[in-house]
Write a protein that binds this ligand. Structure first.
Ligand code: DMJ
Length: 560
């Protein structure tokens, strides 16, 4: 993930977007993907900059901005849910099994925890937690697009009704900018693009505005925590504003690479749908912080995980393609793909970062397993987190677009990393992988610490299987995905939903009593797609945000 960065380094694409949006706002004529339509009134136009002089504002004669949803749908190259040509019965049966798992997960959430953030499947109640600043229904929002794609129509209507009637944005509490963005904004945007239902777009835009104050820092790099409640009005921009903080646990008030770098995809779409460039501008960080990431020296070309939003310098030299760093890299390559391959600066940043990772972090174990180590001030930590296993899919996706001399090497690297992550699953008693596994002290792809033996229904390994399947059609990826389905059924399915487990190395694991919302957004969606034809949410039309919410590729030219 890395949105803000790609904008520091990549003023060209956002500039094109801003031009397009301004033109659209002036309505000199319908822009490429926007045109008047009777049913598409956009929210957000009311919050464009107003004169701050105190004089009464001139009458606004501009026609309201409208996003032409029908035109957008016609621009897709494949039907969203695919064409369903003849397929072998086993693949279909497996897909149907995964659909049944989704229904089971949803039904139990609905029965015992609707409106809470997650289901506690053992105690049969709901969990709220403290990541979403008073927002509720994380599982509803995360599940919406998966329910839609799986054609669970009744369940989708139940989720939609909850959004219409009960999803309250007037909340007061400290939220993670990153989590709210990837789960709520991403989920709402994706569901709008899939269905054309205005409620999802309107909620996304309303919530998006509440996140903007997090960017009010000397560099424009946002802080990690935002209060969605305490708000006033900022006269210059006529926007609501709140207060923001850095995480208490992050070194010296720093912002986290994978957090401020994982906004760009969603924020570009907020601007695309509203006609208001402010979202793209904020996530592009064009203000005083422009070029921060380009300017700051990167140790051996690597990006450390902690950056000061005040000074724009690194606070600590910990580099990881897993937690704290992961989705920064993911959003670089996906920014380029989502821009229809126009955001060349994002692509260059991705290429350079991957080259540094290959050179300094990619290692081979004594037993021949390829892994990506972490780096702490120049010292390698021979460990891979479960989170880092998304990188097989990311590298495979990037490899398709790499120059000839790198393409094959990156394809092999992606396959090897994915195979190592598969090993971390097969070497456990449950056939599910631990939170982190190591390659030291004679250990190979296994957790060596008690505190790293748990599995919380994470998606990253099946995410890579899905990409590798789509890009290679090697049947082993479907086979590996089916192993995961069986292990989930055996060890994580309980009477009232799915639960994480505390130790993957025992066949009688204790459950953690939590059905994570990303299990419905990601794990089950990627498993389902693994057993679909390639035209279901085709990679030619969509990029998945880091929570597996599909956002459309902008096939049209940004130049108005
Ligand atoms: C998800 O919320 C996202 O994939 C995020 O990028 C990382 N972690 C979780 C799932 O493991």
């Amino acid at each position: 993930p890395a949105a803000a960065e790609s904008r520091h380094a990549s003023p060209a694409a956002p500039r094109r977007l801003r031009e397009k949006l301004r033109t659209a706002a002036r309505m000199a004529g319908p822009p490429a993907r926007t045109a008047p339509s009777s049913r598409q009134q956009v929210q957000g136009s009311e919050s464009r900059a107003q004169p701050a002089s105190g004089a009464p504002p001139a009458r606004d004669t501009r026609a309201p901005f409208r996003f032409d949803y029908e035109r957008f749908r016609r621009s897709l190259r494949h039907p969203v849910r695919g064409r369903r040509p003849g397929e072998d019965p086993e693949t279909r049966a497996r897909r149907m099994k995964i659909k049944e798992m989704m229904k089971f997960a949803w039904d139990n959430y609905k029965q015992y925890a609707l409106g809470k953030n997650e289901l506690r499947p053992l105690t049969k109640n709901g969990h709220i937690g403290n990541m979403f600043g008073g927002l509720r229904g994380a599982t509803v929002i995360d599940a919406l697009d998966t329910l839609y794609i799986m054609e669970l129509e009744e369940e989708f209507q139940e989720a939609k009704q909850w959004v219409e009637k009960s999803f309250d944005l007037n909340v007061n509490g400290e939220a993670s900018l990153f989590e709210v963005n990837i789960r709520y904004i991403g989920g709402l945007l994706a569901t709008y693009y899939l269905t054309g239902e205005e409620v999802f777009k309107n909620k996304a835009l309303e919530l998006g505005k509440k996140l903007l104050p997090a960017f009010n820092t000397p560099t424009g790099i946002p802080r990690g925590v935002i209060n969605l409640g305490r708000q006033g009005t900022c006269p210059q921009q006529h926007f609501l504003y709140g207060m923001s903080w850095s995480w208490g646990w992050a070194s010296a008030g720093s912002s986290i690479l994978a957090e401020f770098g994982t906004l760009h995809l969603e924020f570009l779409h907020l601007s695309e749908l509203s006609g208001n460039p402010v979202f793209a501008e904020k996530a592009s960080n064009p203000q005083p912080g422009l070029q921060v990431l380009n300017r700051v020296e990167k140790p051996q070309g690597l990006y450390p995980n902690f950056l000061s939003p005040v000074t724009g310098s690194w606070v600590q030299h910990h580099v990881s393609i897993g937690g704290l760093g992961d989705s920064f890299y993911e959003y670089l390559i996906k920014s380029w793909l989502m821009s229809d391959k126009k955001d060349s600066e994002a692509k260059k940043m991705y290429d350079d970062a991957l080259e540094a990772i290959e050179k300094h972090l990619v290692k081979k174990s004594a037993g021949g397993l390829t892994y990506i180590a972490e780096w702490r001030g120049g010292i390698l930590d021979h460990k891979m987190g479960h989170l880092a296993c998304f990188s097989g899919g990311m590298i495979a996706l990037g490899a398709e677009h790499a120059p000839e001399e790198r393409r094959q090497r990156h394809r092999e690297l992606a396959a090897e990393i994915t195979s190592t992550c598969h090993e971390s699953y097969t070497r456990s008693d449950t056939k599910l992988g631990p939170e982190a596994f190591r390659f030291d002290a004679g250990s190979e792809a296994m957790a060596t610490r008690l505190s790293e033996r748990y599995y919380i229904l994470r998606p990253e390994v099946v995410e890579s299987y899905m990409y590798l399947w789509r890009l290679t059609h090697d049947p082993k990826y479907r086979h590996w995905g089916w192993e995961v389905v069986q292990a989930l059924e055996k060890h994580c399915r309980v009477e009232a939903g799915f639960s994480g487990i505390r130790d993957v190395y025992t066949t009688t694991p204790t459950h953690d009593n939590m059905q994570q919302s990303f299990f419905l957004a990601e794990t089950l969606k990627y498993l389902y797609l693994l057993f679909c034809e390639d035209d279901v949410l085709s990679l030619e039309d969509w990029v998945f945000n880091t929570e597996a919410h599909p956002l459309p590729i902008n096939h049209t030219d940004f130049k108005a």
